[in-house]
Design a protein around this ligand. Structure first.
Ligand SMILES: Cc1cc2nc3c(=O)[nH]c(=O)nc-3n(C[C@H](O)[C@H](O)[C@H](O)COP(=O)(O)OP(=O)(O)OC[C@H]3O[C@@H](n4cnc5c(N)ncnc54)[C@H](O)[C@@H]3O)c2cc1C
Length: 345
């Protein structure tokens, strides 16, 4: 039971840093384990990296029909809220301190403090920032026809679309526009694409391809880009191209901020965890793309599995005699009342 002072400090059983698929699923599962849960998300919405491909169809989540990513985020968020966790938006956690009584104090960049007995790091790729076009004045077109992500494919119908980038996202967008856009032009600064071979071959079969070129200038018609100037990367040759829409897919800068300076062991691809998702510091656990271990799967399904293991470890850290895992949902008492409320069960 909490003492008066603890109640004043509002100490949670588990605080999840990051509200992507790992964090959202962890919040649901910690509710199944009757843990008082808080999620802290730096952005103003849940969803994590999935917010960068909202229009894409996701096929590889078990038991879910092909689904637009934004719909999958909605389902995950509803599920995350099942047991009413506290959800805090707009706070990037920067500092962690462990008090003598083993309670952690997490401090956000805005100076807000959060008290918790365990921490679950689900920070994914950290604070990702889209890599924007490094051309003066480019930002003035961001509200019209310069796109860094695509939220509505239908706006490209019948248009002449130029896509800059050579990775999976750029080539996927190009392929999604086949038959929709009037013309698709793909520009990449290297001769070879880094995207997978098959989609590249598919794209080359219908798109106009310029390599190794990069966008050197944008010419506006009113508040829109009307023409793009491409420059050959080696000899500087200039190629003007008329366009209706420009999509730039140059990837993301990853910024893990202070989280990686908390003294946790790490490898190239993330914070190291053991098979039960324990980091090198007692009471701190990890799940999703933020962590790494031998067989780590960087997929939504992989994040779910990590989340279950991490929450179970946090529960046992708090209550060493607790069972290894939550009761399965089909028999878990936490759902009895909720099941009654769902009339068709
Ligand atoms: C283009 C692309 C397509 C993909 N398609 C698929 C697919 O079809 N199927 C599939 O299964 N997977 C897909 N993935 C992979 C999938 O998106 C990731 O595996 C998944 O998003 C990882 O989830 P996560 O919760 O670990 O991290 P993230 O989704 O990265 O979420 C991390 C969250 O933590 C927050 N955060 C970071 N630092 C802090 C901090 N200090 N304080 C507070 N909050 C913080 C971030 O703002 C973010 O919201 C795709 C990935 C890419 C790049």
């Amino acid at each position: 039971m909490n003492t008066g002072a603890e109640q004043q400090l509002d100490i949670y059983d588990i605080t999840i840093v990051g509200g992507g698929p790992a964090g959202m699923y962890a919040a649901f599962y910690s509710g199944m384990r009757a843990m008082r849960t808080k999620i802290i998300e730096a952005k103003e919405e849940l969803g994590g990296f999935m917010r960068t491909y909202p229009e894409k169809l996701v096929w590889d989540v078990g038991g879910v029909d092909p689904i637009r990513c934004e719909k999958l985020i909605d389902s995950l968020e509803r599920q995350a809220r099942t047991f009413d966790p506290t959800i805090v938006f707009g706070q990037e956690i920067a500092q962690m301190e462990r008090r003598d009584d083993q309670v952690f104090v997490l401090t956000s960049k805005t100076g807000k403090r959060h008290y918790t007995r365990t921490i679950l790091l689900c920070a994914g790729r950290g604070m990702t920032q889209v890599q924007k076009l490094d051309i003066e004045g480019a930002n003035r077109y961001e509200l019209t026809n310069l796109h860094y992500t695509i939220t509505d494919l239908s706006r490209f119908k019948g248009k002449r679309v130029l896509i800059s980038g050579g990775g999976d996202s750029a080539i996927d967008w190009a392929n999604e526009m086949e038959g929709l856009a009037r013309e698709v032009i793909v520009v990449h600064r290297r001769q070879e694409f880094t995207a997978h071979e098959l989609p590249v071959a598919q794209m080359k079969a219908f798109a106009q391809v310029w390599t190794p070129y990069s966008i050197s200038r944008l010419y506006g018609t009113g508040d829109k880009i009307g023409r793009v100037e491409l420059a050959h990367v080696d000899n500087g040759e200039i190629m003007p191209i008329e366009v209706d829409e420009v999509v730039v897919s140059h990837g993301y800068d990853r910024d893990f901020g202070n989280l990686v300076h908390w003294g946790l062991e790490r490898e190239d691809y993330g914070i190291s965890v053991d098979p039960r998702m324990c980091t090198s510091q007692p009471g701190i656990f990890g799940a999703g793309d933020f962590i790494t271990y031998g067989s780590k799967v960087r997929l939504i399904a992989g994040a779910f599995n990590d989340a279950v293991l991490a929450v179970n470890s946090a529960k046992i850290y708090l209550e060493p005699t607790a069972s290894d895992m939550a009761g399965v949902s089909s028999h878990n008492a936490r759902f009895f009342e909720k099941n009654k409320a769902i009339s068709n069960l």
